[in-house]
Ligand binder design. Structure first.
Ligand code: P6P
Length: 333
C-alpha cells in the first residue's frame, strides 16, 4: 500500500469520518506547508545568515531571534489569503493579526508559537512550531483578542512541528493523535505513527532543575521523591531529560512516556508561570489528553481554564496520567 500522505489522511478524515470540514482540512494543509518552509529556513542555519538576534523584542519582552520573526511572517503570509480564518494570533505579536479586507474571512481562529524553543536555534538543538485552532464566535461586533479567549476544550485542532533530525508534524482533531514525517525527497508529510498513546506510568521526568529553590512545596516533594529513586518512597529509579524545547520534550513523552513540568515558581509568580496558555499549554494539553495522558496546572485541568488574556501564562504539568495525578494530589494535600 502506498504511504498515506497528510493530504490523503485529511481527505479521509473529512470524507469518511466527518471529523473535519473542508475549510479545516485546508487550514491544516496550509499550516503544514508553512512548517515545511520554516524547516527549510532553519536548515540553512549560519549559511543563510538567519541565526542570531533580530534586534527587536516580542510582547513577552524577550529578544527575538531572526528565525522567530521569519517563522512568524511565513505563517501569517501562508494563512491570510485562504478565506478560512477570521484572525490569527501569535506569541510574537501583541495583538491579533486581522485578515486584510482584500481577502475573504472564514470561521476559524489560528493561534501559534511560530518558533518554540528558539533559544536553542543558535546551538542547533531541535525547535518547533505549536498551533491551536478555535472557531470564531458568530455575531461578534469585532474580531479582537477577546474572540480568542476560549477554554482549551473549545479547540477543534491542535498540532506541533518538531524541526529535529527529522521534521515531524503531530496532529489531533479530537479523534486520536497522528504523527507525520516530512519526506524531503517528495516534499510531503507521510503518516508514520497512528493513534499515539502515552504510557500511564513512567520512569522519566523533565524539569529545569536550576529553578528548584523557587518551586512550591508540592513540586519540591514530588521531585525529591523521584531523585530518591528505589531507596525512597517511589521504590524505583527515575531518569531525567530537559531539552528546553517543549516540542522535543512533549514528542519524547508521546513516544515513550514521561512527565514534563514547568511549575509556578517564586521568581515568576507574578507572571503566572513561564509557558503561555493559548499557544503552548492548550494545544499540548489537547494532544497529550488525546494520547491518554493528562495535563494540569497542579491545581486544575489546563483545558478547563477560562483565559483572561491572549498571552496569559500558566504552570504546566503534563504527560503520563498516573504521574500528573500524583503531582495534582500533592497540591491538594
Ligand atoms: P527554560 C522555550 O523557550 C520554552 O518556551 C519551552 O519550549 C521550553 O520548555 C521552556 O521555554 C524552557 O525554559 O527556562 O528551561 O529555558
Amino acid at each position: 500500500m502506498p504511504p498515506v500522505t497528510l493530504s490523503r489522511f485529511l481527505i479521509e478524515e473529512e470524507r469518511n469520518k466527518k471529523v473535519i470540514s473542508a475549510d479545516l482540512r485546508f487550514l491544516v494543509e496550509i499550516v503544514s506547508r508553512a512548517c515545511k518552509a520554516i524547516s527549510i529556513a532553519i536548515g540553512k542555519g549560519g549559511i543563510a545568515d538567519v541565526l542570531g538576534q533580530a534586534g527587536s523584542d516580542n510582547i513577552q519582552g524577550e529578544a527575538q531571534k531572526k528565525l522567530d520573526v521569519i517563522s512568524n511572517e511565513i505563517l501569517l503570509e501562508a494563512n491570510e489569503w485562504g478565506g478560512h480564518l477570521a484572525a490569527m494570533a501569535s506569541e510574537e505579536m501583541e495583538d491579533p493579526h486581522l485578515i486584510p479586507h482584500r481577502y475573504p474571512k472564514g470561521e476559524y481562529l489560528l493561534v501559534f508559537d511560530p518558533l518554540d524553543g528558539s533559544s536553542n536555534i543558535d546551538v542547533n538543538i531541535s525547535v518547533g512550531t505549536i498551533f491551536s485552532v478555535l472557531r470564531c464566535p458568530e455575531g461578534v461586533p469585532a474580531v479582537d483578542d477577546k474572540v480568542f479567549l476560549q477554554p482549551g476544550t473549545q479547540q477543534v485542532c491542535a498540532g506541533f512541528a518538531v524541526y529535529g533530525p527529522t521534521t515531524l508534524l503531530v496532529l489531533t482533531f479530537g479523534d486520536g493523535v497522528q504523527c507525520f514525517t516530512l519526506d524531503r525527497e517528495f516534499g510531503h508529510f507521510v503518516l508514520t505513527q497512528e493513534n499515539m498513546r502515552i504510557p500511564e506510568d513512567t520512569k522519566e521526568f523533565a524539569i529545569n532543575m536550576s529553578n528548584q529553590r523557587f518551586w512550591e512545596p508540592p513540586v519540591q516533594r514530588y521531585v525529591e521523591e523521584l531523585l530518591a529513586g528505589k531507596d525512597g518512597p517511589r521504590g524505583k529509579d527515575f531518569n531525567m531529560r530537559w531539552v528546553a524545547s517543549m516540542v522535543a520534550d512533549v514528542f519524547r513523552i508521546l513516544t515513550r512516556g514521561g512527565v514534563f513540568m514547568y511549575p509556578i515558581d517564586a521568581k515568576m509568580k507574578d507572571k503566572g508561570g513561564k509557558l503561555r496558555l493559548m499557544y503552548e499549554a492548550n494545544p499540548m494539553a489537547m494532544i497529550v489528553e488525546q494520547a491518554g495522558g493528562a495535563a494540569s496546572t497542579g491545581r486544575e485541568r489546563i483545558l478547563d481554564i477560562r483565559p483572561s488574556a491572549l498571552h496569559q501564562r500558566v504552570p504546566v504539568i503534563l504527560g503520563s496520567k498516573n504521574e500528573v495525578e500524583r503531582v495534582a494530589r500533592y497540591h491538594a494535600e
